[in-house]
Design a protein around this ligand. Structure first.
Ligand SMILES: [Zn+2]
Length: 269
């Protein structure tokens, strides 16, 4: 076991040590099962069905259609969404409550799916040089982490690895998000209107949208970049894309009717 740890830790600090899709999925599964036992994940079957349908309709047309994608709604007002490697996407209730149209939720999901398609967290792990990553990787790949100390290391390492991407990665995920929704027949305008809404809501400090801004620094530049992509679309194509559906509003009403989740500071990973 010790030898395995050294090997994997070494592997983690040597650039170019490739992580296979199978390892990526194993890692995602391991983190997902931990998160699902810690986070207030919504178990309502209708809510689960809708988020998976919408997610699959976008993800199954990407270059990583082969992945077994999973989508979860987390019952917290904290406005955030995040992706684990291997195709596990989490969307907080706070996002859904603010998404007035289907294309806004789809835009957020398209962005998170983009992080997975571009393997941003895998790339980060391959580049990162730190003991936490070695520990986290070892735990996941060898299943030796039973002690509480190791679990804590996973939490810390996991949060650091999977929650913060570089600005370049965010820009790339925006571009992917745009392509992902258009390919699925959904209007990309929701990306822009949702980002604008968050920008308007953020007053700095104590706002429910702060989490989004710490994980996905939003700037006018990012919004302008997506708008530019939209402006280059054929207007006939743009007008043919779906902005909203009745099914989305049934889903949103259902989410809105859920009992409130635990307090935000307990709910964020
Ligand atoms: Zn992002």
């Amino acid at each position: 076991m010790k030898r395995m740890y050294v090997l994997v830790a070494l592997c983690a600090v040597i650039a170019g040590c490739a992580i296979s899709t199978q390892q990526e999925v194993q890692m995602g599964q391991s983190y997902a099962s931990q998160l699902n036992s810690t986070l207030p994940v919504v178990t309502d079957p209708e809510v689960q069905q809708y988020i998976n349908q919408l997610g699959d309709s976008i993800a199954k047309l990407t270059g990583r259609a082969d992945l077994d994608w999973h989508f979860f709604v987390v019952n917290t007002d904290v406005v955030n969404a995040f992706a684990l490697p291997g195709g596990f996407i989490y969307v907080n209730r706070g996002v859904i409550e603010r998404a007035d149209k289907m294309d806004e939720l789809a835009g957020v999901m398209g962005h998170e799916i983009g992080h997975v398609v571009k393997r941003h967290s895998v790339k980060q792990m391959q580049q990162q040089q730190g003991a936490n990553i070695g520990v986290a990787l070892t735990c996941v790949l060898t299943h030796v982490c039973d002690s509480q100390a190791s679990q804590a290391a996973i939490q810390v390492g996991g949060a650091a690895v999977f929650a913060s991407f570089s600005r370049q990665d965010e820009k790339e995920a925006d571009e992917e998000g745009f392509k992902n929704v258009v390919r699925a027949g959904i209007s990309p305008k929701g990306l822009v209107t949702f980002f604008q809404k968050l920008m308007a809501e953020e007053k700095g400090g104590g706002s429910p949208v702060d989490a989004w801004f710490s994980d996905h620094p939003l700037t006018q530049d990012r919004i302008a970049d997506v708008q530019q992509l939209i402006d280059h679309l054929d207007p006939a194509v743009l007008n043919s894309l779906t902005e909203d559906t009745q099914a989305y509003h049934r889903f949103k009403d259902r989410v809105h009717a859920l009992p409130p989740g635990p307090k935000p500071q307990q709910a964020t990973p």
